[in-house]
Design a protein around this ligand. Structure first.
Ligand SMILES: C[S@@+](CC[C@H](N)C(=O)[O-])C[C@H]1O[C@@H](n2cnc3c(N)ncnc32)[C@H](O)[C@@H]1O
Length: 337
């Protein structure tokens, strides 16, 4: 799937930037604001976004909102695919910021929890269709079976994992795809299992994570492809960070177990690696770190994207940690209801 930022956001973002004497064509000034906030995020982990600072709103409007909107399109697609989310659910977006997740979810009724004072007003003009109730503290949001607690890039602004996280029936967490955040999420996955939750995605099993168990450096992350708008490319030309594809780590957990069909599948957790004589792709279906392998003499390996679900048919040949088979079908649509 290749995602696109809806065209109406360009007009709305440009109009909102105008209130800060900026516009999407002032690419150097926007890049400066983005770099300043990016430095803050890198050097001050555990501290809340400085919404009061000059440039923070502009950086979110022109950079973080579009990027996390695209990531969220992928996340919501996956949540629907495995039957975790449906249209009657309500998201509770903790640390919502300008809430790209609720914007991308298409759900009409949701909750945002946010300390940044101007976020609610900006969000309502950015996503006028959304019917969202805003809270400044999570304690004032009622717990309900239909509610899914979501944390999109906000866990890393908390100094410790809060206990209220476990008071919701369902939780979605999206985090940056760097090694530290990614491995922290793998540890949280184990904690959720110990607290009686079931993992719905990305894992197709409830066993220990093989990347945590068998490696000190690996972490699980997925990748989205998008049509980068021209205005975004022009801003990015001034930045050292490149966003041709967008990676992130995520977790979807619930107090109820996933449908049985999920455990018939495996998740591609790596990109295709072309080696001499064969191609390999890391995948996950249990607590073993395994690869799918295609020998060059059997033809080209399929171009399957990291993050997809696959179904292994029959009993393929196993050599060490490699599964050698051509009988694997890519599952794009998987609905359980
Ligand atoms: C990195 S931003 C992410 C914003 C948005 N979720 C996104 O994906 O773009 C993290 C957000 O968490 C908010 N935040 C941090 N600590 C918070 C707290 N204790 N209560 C409410 N919001 C908080 C910050 O104000 C900030 O808007």
């Amino acid at each position: 799937m290749i995602w696109t930022l809806p065209i109406e956001f360009e007009t709305r973002i440009d109009r909102l930037l105008g209130e800060h004497n900026l516009s999407l064509s002032k690419t150097t000034k926007l890049a400066d604001a983005i770099l300043e906030l990016s430095d803050f995020y890198i050097h001050e982990p555990g501290k809340p976004t400085p919404w009061h600072r000059h440039g923070t709103i502009a950086a979110h409007l022109a950079y973080y909102f579009p990027l996390n909107y695209i990531r969220s399109l992928g996340l919501v697609h996956e949540a629907k695919k495995v039957g975790f989310l449906d249209d009657s659910d309500e998201l509770v977006d903790f640390g919502a910021g300008l809430s790209p997740l609720i914007a991308a979810s298409g759900l009409t009724s949701s909750y945002c929890v946010e300390q940044g004072e101007r976020c609610e007003d900006i969000f309502k003009r950015l996503v006028p269709k959304a019917n969202t109730k805003w809270h400044s503290e999570i304690e004032t949001v009622k717990r309900h079976k239909r509610h899914i607690l979501c944390l999109s890039y906000s866990l890393n602004e908390l100094t410790e994992i809060p206990e209220w996280l476990y008071s919701f029936e369902r939780v979605i967490i999206m985090e940056p795809s760097d090694r530290i955040s990614g491995r922290k999420l793998l540890e949280m996955r184990q904690k959720f299992i110990e607290k009686g939750f079931y993992i719905w995605a990305p894992c197709t099993h409830q066993l220990e994570c093989p990347l945590l168990k068998e490696s000190k450096t690996d972490w699980c992350h997925t990748r989205e492809f998008w049509n980068m708008p021209l205005w975004f490319q022009k801003i990015e030309n001034h930045l050292p960070m490149k966003n041709r594809t967008l990676t992130y780590s995520y977790l979807m957990v619930s107090r109820t177990p996933p449908g049985k069909k999920i455990s018939d599948h495996a998740r591609l957790t790596g990109d295709l690696l072309k080696e001499k004589g064969k191609s390999r792709q890391l995948f996950c279906r249990s607590d073993k770190r395994e690869f799918l392998a295609w020998l060059s003499r059997d033809g080209e390996a399929p171009e399957w994207k990291r993050g997809e679900l696959v179904k292994i048919i029959g009993t393929p040949k196993v050599v060490g940690n490699e599964i050698r088979t051509s009988e694997i079908s890519l599952i794009e649509q998987l609905f359980f209801h």
